[in-house]
Ligand binder design. Structure first.
Ligand code: SF4
Ligand code: SF4
Length: 271
């Protein structure tokens, strides 16, 4: 393999905002594949990998995590300014993450309960996706992201093409695997019909309902799905909890959980 001179390699940067680091770990777990990419890509900023960092501009920037502080808002604008292509990775970056559950809560009350000195905390009342703040070139879903899909995204952008990431629902993967539908046979509130594929339908394959960790798929009809589950005995509260998870602030899940809550006010989740 011929090594390209440094200046011809693409400059890759990885940045973290509010998150658990799981999506960055997915990139680190690529190990062998990253070595194979070393001929084409120079990782110039990735604090999970090395404390040695370089400044921008960057050819490809991967961003993990949601915007939850005033400092985050300034930092993501500067990162966008330095990045030719910016890709968000994971549920936190694409939909606010599990921390966006606070979007339904009283932020000040939480601060009082959790911190001995809340006056020192400077955070926003919401946790939001990166695309709510800057232009994003591509969003890769998942909590965490799938390693194979992540490599496809990196390869696609260094080769200047669109990534080949499926936008169909988990249901299609169940059919391909020959998994018996647990929504139909067990009346469990599986979000597979409205969730984007990417995991190979792993939860239904083990008789567990999908809880939507890859976020909404294309052309999903969330209302029809929820109404079916409510008719077969799932409670409104169960349905709201199923929708309010790591992708609760994804627009489709958010609108549907709010609709159920407003139509069944006595089933409101505890604050
Ligand atoms: S999307 Fe999930 S795995 Fe990725 S950083 Fe957020 S919480 Fe962690
Ligand atoms: S089946 Fe649903 S919850 Fe399970 S890994 Fe796949 S997308 Fe996530």
């Amino acid at each position: 393999m011929t090594n390209l001179p440094m200046k011809e390699k693409k400059r890759l940067a990885v940045f973290k905002f509010a998150s658990c680091d799981g999506c960055q770990l997915s990139l680190l777990s690529c190990e062998d594949e990253l070595l194979a990419l070393a001929d084409k890509v120079e990782i110039v900023h990735f604090l999970e990998l090395s404390s040695h960092t370089q400044t921008g501009p960057f050819d490809l920037t991967l961003v993990e995590g949601s915007i939850s502080t005033h400092e985050d808002e300034d930092r993501i604008r500067e990162i966008r300014r330095q990045s030719r292509v910016l890709v968000t990775i994971g549920a936190c970056a694409t939909a606010g993450g599990i921390q966006s559950l606070r979007n339904w809560a009283d932020h000040d009350e939480y601060l009082q309960r959790v911190y001995a000195h809340p006056e020192y905390i400077d955070s926003l009342a919401t946790s939001t996706a990166i695309s709510d703040h800057v232009t994003v070139d591509f969003e890769l879903r998942g909590c965490p992201v799938d390693k194979v899909q992540l490599l496809e995204v990196v390869l696609a952008f260094i080769n200047q093409r669109r990534p080949n990431i499926p936008s169909h629902s988990v249901c299609l993967d169940c059919k391909r695997r020959g998994v018996v539908c647990i929504a139909v046979t067990q009346a469990k509130p599986c979000l597979g019909p409205i969730t984007q594929a990417g995991c190979g339908a792993i939860c239904p394959a083990y008789h567990r309902p999908c809880y939507g960790c890859f976020g909404p798929c294309d052309q999903a009809n969330a209302k029809a799905m929820s109404e079916h589950y409510l008719e077969v005995g799932v409670t409104p509260l169960q349905m709201i909890h199923q929708l309010r998870n790591m992708n609760s602030a994804a627009k489709l899940f958010q609108i549907e959980s709010n609709r159920i809550e407003s139509e069944h006010p006595t089933n409101r989740p505890a604050p």
